[in-house]
Each structure stands twice: as structure tokens, then as C-alpha cells.
Design a protein around this ligand. Structure first.
Ligand code: IVH
Length: 707
């Protein structure tokens, strides 16, 4: 059960917001991208509401990746998919006059037109909404669909019927089948009103998100309450066309009863189109809706047909974008966010400022180097820029009081922002600082716990990823060792009639009280120590105590090293890492991995968490997965293409069980390539190098021969 928002400490709130941001993004992707939601709409909404409630109580903790900035587009329900009769295209962009002129030049060359041959273009605003296709059959609206991926969209017919701009029937002489395409959008005023009305629930980041969220509602009655508008800008399938020019068809669409932009014009050439761009740019702030550029289209439809499309954009149209919008404001402070993987991201907290119609209060500073590059200090006046959907950025520091101290990037994982106080570390050549307190860092804990029980780590039966998150949220487990301390009583308190469930879960946990060394090492989530490295280390050192002794010895040796005269810090760190690798002395473990491993065990917090784990485990088994003698023992195998009966993981595990090494790319060192359908360059390379190849069936037979 969730702790009451009022009862949360700031630390707990920061950790929970981090978790919610990741969870909501995850479930949103399952829903939108995979079309395979794992939780119900109500559960999803509950997550979003809790996020909003915590943010309302702790406004300073609002994250740059906060779901409240994005969830606008998340619909409350499931909409049916519809295939578009004709693909819904997107547009290439032009960012300058020269780009626009170059577009016209390309069109002329493609059509083999003389440089001075007349070529009319239409020009109209590019509305920041979401595109929608309206299918009219015999003048009646029969289907409305969102763009989706361009080939398949979502059926929003019932919702579209609630939009006043969109008539149920067209008037006049309309072809039998005609799909009108255009933009569903929300005016700036309606957006502000809606957000005021929704305050406390979801608020939308911008009118476009508001329009998308409103159109893709499960319940059309909700859409009806949202003031959406429509502007036509083209068409899809059509049984006949009312004109032979873009402008002619658009005027017909207007006559049939659908809104077409008042700012749509036909220009005789590119200069006229560019003048219109300048005129629209001047009106931009006063227009009732957001626009982000001007779209030019070749007017003659026979030319459009000849030009066709490249990839997903027509050759006959281009979006001339406005430059990113900027504004000046005060940089109030710089907060540091700790991500789920320990990455520290500085976030600028700004005095609220309107940039292109959106109130901006946060901007990303990316990393420590960026702060340095900008020379940004709290108290500075800065220029913020917002382009499209991207997170606002600080592009320039205007004035500064040199008296104010420089911003010091933390050397410890910031407790005040949900971190843990462990030291932070940056690897040579990397820009990001990371917290080293993996196991104990609240910001990273959930992720670490999920990793700890995951299939390739301890693989605790009955303890799924969602369950781990629930237990963490409810304070039952904070660190891996807590898993082993779960009691029947605690479990029974969570579930009515949960005896069987609790017994099973406890048995699953008990079965992993003596985990194999390689799995435990992998489960600890040490940076760069993946499954293969964990196995390499386990093979080399055979026991937990021997490995720990090797790491301790390596750390002791590092402590004795001192920089040579004139040696740069970077060189010294690299030399120390090499020494560590020598001490760890394991094939496949280079300086980078050795350093990560040694850092992990040198960190006091991790030592405590590991000691705690040792205390609850019965032991750590010395065994590693024994390998079998086979035709591929000691050989290097590459899998490529799609395997049909085996998963990649399984195939890899089989190969390793047979004593083979699995590599990701083909080289002269490869002995065997197993190629499924769709294998591309890797297979070609193998054949070129004369390397043996097998198909999946051949591989399965080989595995069977090994017994
Ligand atoms: S024409 C055949 N015209 O911008 C080309 N698109 O970035 C189809 N958009 O998916 C689009 N205003 O949703 C066109 N006046 C306009 C537009 C416009 C906004 C949207 C449209 C398209 C996206 C491409």
C-alpha cells in the first residue's frame, strides 16, 4: 500500500518520483509502442495521479523526465487499430531560406524544369497538433484515424464526431470516397482553460499534448468536454479529385464544409512563399494556436505524382521550420537528479518564463561539463531555448555576478535529491558522473533489486519484478538481504487467503540461499560485470572468499600507488586501473572492468550491504556452470539473424554450456556462425572469410549430438 503523500519525507518523495517516472514511461511504452499493456487503465491512472500528488507537495522535486510533462498523450483506454488506405506521410524539414531554395532546386532538377520555368507553390502554417484522417463515403463520415506509424493508426471515429469543426456530412458535389487529412489541435486559450480546470489532476505540457490526450480518450464524452479544432491540409484515398492543383482541392474541401487555414496561399515561386513565411512568423505570437513553421507544397498535382516520395516524406513538400524559441530568465538553482542507474544529471531550476507559449521552470544542463562550458552559476541570467518537444535547454549565460561562487558539482551522491551520500565517480572518457552506492542508493535501489532477482541473476521463483517493486514501496525490502528476511507473517498480511502463495514464495527464496558464485556476482549489479564477466571471474577465482581476497589485495595495492612526477590525473588513473586488472588477473577482465569491480567493493556502503547479504545466505557455492566437451568447445560462435525456435539467450546459454565463447561480431577469430532468416552482413562476412556456418536446425542437431 502506498504511504500517504502527506507522510512522505522529501527523501522518500524523491525516490518515489524517480520510480514513478520510470514506471510510467515503461507502462506507457508497453501501451503505446508494444500495444501490450501490463496493467489496467485504472492502475496506470493511479500511478499518474500519485506522481502528480507528490509533485504538488514537493514542487522542487519535479524531475526533468517527469511524467506530468509527458503523459498528456497517454490515453485512458484502448483504441482499435486501423490500416490506412494510403500511407500518412511526414515532412522533411528546412531550417533556412537556403534550405527552402534548395528544396525548389531539387524539385526542378527532378522534373527537369528550366531554372526560370514557373513553378507555383502553396504555403500554409504548420500547425502543432496531431494529424488525423477523416474518411467520407458518399459524403458521410465513416472513419477517423490517427496517424500512428503512418501505415496503421488508431480508430478515433467516436471522438472525432464530438469535434464541432468536423461535419458529419459534407455538402455539395463530393466524390464517393474521399479521405480528408488535417490537424486536430487545441487553441492556446482552450489549453490554458483546460489546464486550469484539470489542476490537481493531470496537467498537459503544451496544447499539442493536450490535443493528443483529448483525442485519444476511451470515452468520447471526455473528448466532448475538450475544445478541439481541426484544419484540413491534404487528403488520402480519393475516388476522384475536384481539381488538378493543391490549392484547387483545398478550396473544394473548404466548400464541402471543412476548415482550411485562412493563411493558405498560392505563391508563383519560392520568393513569394518565403515572403509568406516571414509574414506568418510576424503573426505567430498572435495566432490563436501554436505553429512551428510553414509548409510549402508543389501546387500542380501531376507534378506531385511524378515527384512521389522518399522514405516516409513526399518529395513535393517541405516544412520550413521557425527557429527554436528563446527567452531570458533567472537560473535560481541547480539540482542534481540521481537516475535509476546512478547517473547524476544537473537540472536548472528557473524563474518561470514563457517560451513559445509554454511556461518553463526546468531546463536540463546535461552533465558537469556542460555547466563548465556554459559557465553557469545559480543567480545567473540565462537564455533558455525550447524546440518542439525537447526538454528546454540553457543556451547562454548573459550576466553574472563574479562574486558568486562557481557551482561545485557534487563529489557525493546528493542525499537531498534522493541519493545516498556515496562517492561519485566518472570513468575516463565519459561525461557522466555516477553514484557508486548501487546497492544502497535509494534512487537506484528498486532497479538493483529488480536486477538481483531477475532471471539471469538469482532468479527467485515466485518473486517477479512487479512484486519486488511493491515490496520495496511498502518498505518490506530495502536491500537484497531483506529478501531473505521476509516472513510468512509479513506476506500473509498482504494477501487474503495467501497461505499457498506465501509458502511458495518463501520456498522459492529458500531455494536460493546458496547461490552459485557467478550468479551472485552478476546479481550485485556491479558496473561492467555482466553475466559473461561474472562467469569469467567465477571460473578464475572459484570461490567467493578467493575473489574477495583478490579484490581486497588489488585495492590495497591501488592505495599504495602515487602519481609519478608530472603524471596527469588521467594517466595516473589509467595506470592504476591497469594495476588493478593485473591483480584481478582474469582473462576477459580489463582495466575498466577491474576498476569498476574494485570500486564497488571499496565503497563502504556496498561493503555493508554485501556483509548483510553474507549474513543471511547459507553460503555462496563455488561451482560454476560446468561446461561439456563438444564440437565447439573452446571455439567462438556468433549468432545472427532471427532464430525461430530458440531465444537468443537460450542459444547463447547452450553454446556456453558446450564450452564455446559467444561473440557479437564476425572476425577472423570466429569459428562458427549460426544464421537464422534475415541474417545480413554477418553471414556475408562469414562466407567471405570462409567460416563454417549452420542454420538453426543444424545448431540444434549439434547441441543434441553433444548430449
Ligand atoms: S502536409 C504529405 N501540411 O506535420 C504531407 N502537414 O511533420 C503530409 N502538419 O504529419 C503533411 N501542419 O501532421 C502538412 N499544413 C500542413 C501541416 C502538416 C501540420 C503536420 C502533419 C504531418 C506533420 C509532419
Amino acid at each position: 500500500m502506498d504511504k500517504a503523500v502527506d507522510a512522505l519525507t522529501e527523501l522518500e518523495a524523491a525516490a518515489e518520483l524517480a520510480r514513478l517516472a520510470a514506471d510510467i514511461a515503461y507502462h506507457s511504452a508497453r501501451y503505446h509502442t508494444d500495444d501490450a499493456p501490463e496493467i489496467s487503465d485504472a492502475e496506470y491512472d493511479a500511478l499518474v495521479r500519485r506522481n502528480a500528488a507528490i509533485e504538488a507537495r514537493f514542487p522542487a522535486l519535479v524531475r526533468a523526465d517527469s511524467p506530468s510533462e509527458k503523459v498528456g498523450a497517454a490515453p485512458a483506454g484502448h483504441l482499435a487499430k486501423v490500416a490506412h488506405a494510403k500511407g500518412m506521410l511526414s515532412l522533411d524539414n528546412a531550417f533556412s531560406r537556403e534550405d527552402a531554395q534548395e528544396f525548389v532546386g531539387r524539385v526542378r532538377r527532378y522534373l527537369a524544369l528550366a531554372e526560370d520555368a514557373p513553378m507555383a507553390l502553396t504555403a500554409e502554417p504548420k500547425i502543432d497538433g496531431l494529424s488525423c484522417s477523416l474518411r467520407y463515403e458518399r459524403g458521410r463520415l465513416v472513419l477517423a484515424a490517427t496517424r500512428g506509424d503512418g501505415s496503421t493508426g488508431e480508430d478515433v471515429t467516436a471522438n472525432v464526431r464530438t469535434i464541432a469543426d468536423i461535419p458529419e456530412t459534407l455538402s455539395g458535389d463530393v466524390p464517393d470516397v474521399f479521405e480528408i487529412r488535417g490537424e486536430v489541435y487545441m487553441t492556446k486559450a482552450a489549453f490554458a482553460e483546460l489546464n486550469a480546470r484539470l489542476a490537481g489532476e493531470r496537467v498537459f505540457a503544451n496544447p499539442r499534448n493536450a490535443a493528443a490526450g483529448s483525442l485519444r480518450q476511451k470515452n468520447p464524452e471526455v473528448t466532448r468536454e475538450r475544445p478541439l479544432c481541426f484544419l484540413a491540409h491534404g487528403w488520402g484515398e480519393a475516388s476522384a479529385l475536384p481539381a488538378d492543383t493543391q490549392i484547387g482541392v483545398m478550396h473544394a474541401i473548404r466548400d464541402w464544409g471543412l476548415p482550411v487555414s485562412d493563411l493558405l496561399i498560392r505563391a508563383e515561386g519560392v520568393d513569394g512563399a518565403l515572403d509568406h513565411y516571414a509574414a506568418i512568423e510576424r503573426m505567430r505570437a498572435d495566432l490563436p494556436f501554436d505553429i512551428d513553421g510553414v509548409v510549402y507544397k508543389v501546387d500542380r498535382l501531376d507534378w506531385q505524382a511524378r515527384l512521389g516520395q522518399v522514405a516516409r516524406a513526399p518529395r513535393w513538400a517541405i516544412a520550413h521550420k521557425f527557429p527554436a524559441e528563446r527567452a531570458q530568465t533567472l537560473l535560481e538553482r541547480i539540482d542534481i537528479q540521481v537516475g535509476r542507474t546512478g547517473k547524476l544529471t544537473p537540472v536548472a531550476r528557473l524563474q518561470p518564463v514563457t517560451v513559445g507559449g509554454v511556461v518553463v521552470t526546468n531546463a536540463t544542463l546535461h552533465n558537469a561539463d556542460e555547466i563548465e562550458r556554459l559557465g553557469a552559476r545559480p543567480g545567473d541570467r540565462v537564455v533558455v531555448q525550447r524546440a518542439g518537444d525537447v526538454i528546454p535547454q540553457i543556451v547562454e549565460v548573459l550576466t553574472r555576478d563574479e562574486e558568486r561562487p562557481k557551482f561545485e558539482f557534487p563529489t557525493q551522491c546528493p542525499i537531498e535529491f534522493g541519493g545516498c551520500g556515496s562517492s561519485v565517480d566518472r570513468e575516463p572518457g565519459e561525461v557522466d558522473w555516477r553514484c557508486t552506492g548501487g546497492l544502497i542508493c535509494p534512487a537506484q535501489r528498486v532497479e538493483r533489486l529488480r536486477h538481483f532477482v531477475s532471471r539471469h541473476a538469482l532468479d527467485i521463483e515466485g518473486l517477479g519484478l512487479t512484486q519486488i517493486e511493491d515490496f520495496f514501496r511498502d518498505g518490506l525490502i530495502h536491500a537484497p538481504a531483506d529478501i531473505y528476511r521476509l516472513s510468512e507473517e509479513q506476506l500473509l498480511a498482504r494477501k487474503k487467503d495467501g497461505r499457498v502463495w506465501a509458502a511458495k514464495l518463501l520456498a522459492g527464496i529458500a531455494a536460493k540461499r546458496n547461490p552459485p558464485l557467478d550468479r551472485l556476482l552478476f546479481a550485485l549489479g556491479i558496473r561492467h560485470v555482466g553475466e559473461v564477466t561474472a562467469r569469467d571471474l567465477a571460473r578464475r577465482w572459484r570461490s567467493w572468499s578467493a575473489l574477495r581476497a583478490a579484490v581486497d589485495a588489488a585495492n590495497a595495492r591501488r592505495a599504495e600507488l602515487t602519481p609519478a612526477l608530472g603524471e596527469t590525473e588521467e594517466k595516473f588513473t589509467a595506470r592504476a586501473a591497469k594495476e588493478l586488472a593485473a591483480a584481478i588477473d582474469t582473462p576477459g577482465v580489463g582495466p575498466e572492468v577491474a576498476q569498476a569491480l574494485c570500486d564497488f567493493f571499496a565503497e563502504a556502503h556496498n561493503q555493508a550491504a554485501v556483509a548483510d547479504l553474507e549474513a543471511v545466505l547459507e553460503g555462496i557455492a563455488d561451482v560454476v556452470h560446468e561446461t561439456m566437451e563438444s564440437e565447439v568447445s573452446g571455439k567462438t560462435v556468433v549468432f545472427t539473424g532471427s532464430l525461430e525456435t530458440l531465444s537468443r539467450d537460450e542459444a547463447k546459454a547452450q553454446a556456453e554450456r558446450l564450452g564455446a565463447k559467444v561473440a557479437g561480431s564476425v572476425s577472423a577469430k570466429t569459428d562458427l556462425v549460426v544464421a537464422g532468416p534475415g541474417a545480413g552482413s554477418k553471414l556475408a562476412k562469414a562466407q567471405q572469410l570462409g567460416i563454417a556456418t549452420l542454420d538453426e536446425a543444424g545448431w540444434i542437431a549439434l547441441v543434441a549430438r553433444a548430449g
